[in-house]
Design a protein around this ligand. Structure first.
Ligand SMILES: CC(C)(COP(=O)(O)OP(=O)(O)OC[C@H]1O[C@@H](n2cnc3c(N)ncnc32)[C@H](O)[C@@H]1OP(=O)(O)O)[C@@H](O)C(=O)NCCC(=O)NCCS
Length: 392
């Protein structure tokens, strides 16, 4: 054992493992840039399809390119019938993220590009996944509710199509714009846990679908993408503003977490949170039920105060905090919040898989293979001597 080697028991925090040209997160300044553009600028009025183009083709599209990518995605949204049949056979209480992960793995079986290792094939697979994941998520929700899946409408944009396939009703412009902003803001966030998972798998030269199923698994956890569902469950548990103080104090005393607060990178409020918060507020007013927004606002304030009091340091709000009430107001089922995150983050994941495998930033694709320091038994100074089963 090399005594001088540093032991990193830090979840790789603060260690740079690669270079990327896809996005930059400035944790101190609270800035998020996609290929040089501020995400907050893109969130106001830029379609999710423009962001997909930006992430995958490294620049914003012109009008024709945007029309082309929209048509391409719309034409790829349908999933093979056998995939829908498999969803029909799944237990109705299956977790939607498990269904999505399994659905993506099934899609691989129908994609002729899985055996071709090229940038072009990876791009085609990535675009198919971007197109088909909303179909799986919405079809699953309808199937578990005993309804038939709704086929995508090629005339609708990506955001509107998701809501249409979920409800069988065309959403109005405001709701579509809010949902589109949510998709834009969740599309990419550098080397977060799920993106790193996807890149790590991609580094073995496994195909796009394998990398993305790893990303979906990673995103499902409550410390990562699963937090948005947990935020809404927490709001429902608290239920009224007079219980916020008691809830916060109890959580901090028992070593629990206030979901939607804290971030591994931001040392200030997450810039995405305060773009989504006013949308949640507007949806609260529009639905005549401001309770969930007001509860969120108070919980943020009280949570921050109590954290400072208990731990002597600041804690900040993250993207999941206000997206929860926003999605809830839109009528999206609570356990679909994290799949909605995946329907957006697939844009960033696919860009990263392509960058990992075919360069763009790194000098040459590498296989991730970190070290771990063995701290287990040696049975003395040497290795353990093996004892056959009968003699133990
Ligand atoms: C996201 C998260 C994992 C980042 O955590 P982190 O960088 O590991 O934070 P740290 O471990 O440095 O936390 C420092 C301290 O703050 C506490 N803390 C961090 N987030 C907290 C939260 N949301 N509520 C209560 N305490 C929290 C930790 O328990 C730790 O306490 P300790 O020093 O007494 O052990 C964490 O903030 C968290 O779990 N948040 C809630 C889940 C969430 O919203 N996830 C979505 C992230 S986008």
């Amino acid at each position: 054992m090399d005594e001088c080697r540093p032991i990193l028991n830090t979840g790789l925090r603060g260690f740079t493992v690669a270079t990327t040209k896809i996005s930059d997160v400035d944790g101190k300044a609270g800035k998020l840039l996609y290929r040089g553009y501020l995400a907050k600028d893109l969130a106001h009025g830029t379609s999710f399809e423009e962001v997909i183009f930006l992430l995958l083709y490294e620049r914003l599209p012109d009008k024709k390119e945007l029309a082309d990518i929209k048509a391409l995605i719309a034409n790829e949204m349908r999933v093979p019938q056998v995939v829908l049949q498999a969803l029909e056979l799944s237990p109705k209480n299956a977790l939607p993220m498990d269904i999505l992960q399994a659905g993506v793995a099934m899609l691989a079986q129908h994609d002729p590009d899985v055996t071709e290792y090229s940038r072009e094939a990876a791009l085609r697979m990535g675009l198919r996944l971007i197109a088909k994941m909303p179909t799986i998520v919405t079809a699953w929700n309808r199937i578990r509710e005993g309804k038939s899946p709704v086929a995508p409408d090629p005339e609708l944009g990506h955001a509107a199509n998701f809501l249409y396939m979920l409800t069988n009703e065309k959403p109005d412009d405001d709701i579509t714009a809010f949902f589109n902003a949510g998709l834009v803001l969740h599309a990419e966030h550098s080397f977060n846990a799920s993106t790193f998972s996807a890149r790590q798998v991609a580094s073995t030269r496994a195909h796009m679908y394998s990398a993305i199923t790893a990303g979906i698994g990673s995103l499902s956890g409550e410390l990562h993408g699963g937090a948005n569902t947990r935020v809404m469950q927490m709001l429902m548990e608290i239920d009224s503003t007079d219980k916020v103080d008691g809830y916060v104090n109890n959580i901090l005393k028992t070593g629990g977490k206030i979901m939607g607060l804290g971030h591994a990178v931001y040392q200030t409020d997450d810039p995405r949170a305060y773009i989504l918060a006013p949308m949640s507020k507007q949806m609260g007013e529009r639905t005549g039920n401001p309770k969930w927004y007001e509860l969120s606002e108070l919980l943020e304030q009280k949570g921050k105060e109590a954290f400072k009091r208990e731990k002597g340091k600041e804690i900040y709000v993250n993207v999941d905090f206000y997206s929860a009430s926003l999605y809830y107001y839109m009528g999206i089922p609570i356990d679909l919040f994290t799949p909605v995150f995946a329907v957006s983050r697939i844009a960033g994941w696919t860009a990263h898989v392509i960058e990992e495998q075919f360069g763009g930033a790194a000098p040459k694709p590498v296989l991730y293979r970190p070290d771990a320091e063995y701290v287990g038994d040696y049975c003395g100074p040497d290795e353990c001597s093996f004892v056959p089963l009968d003699d133990r």
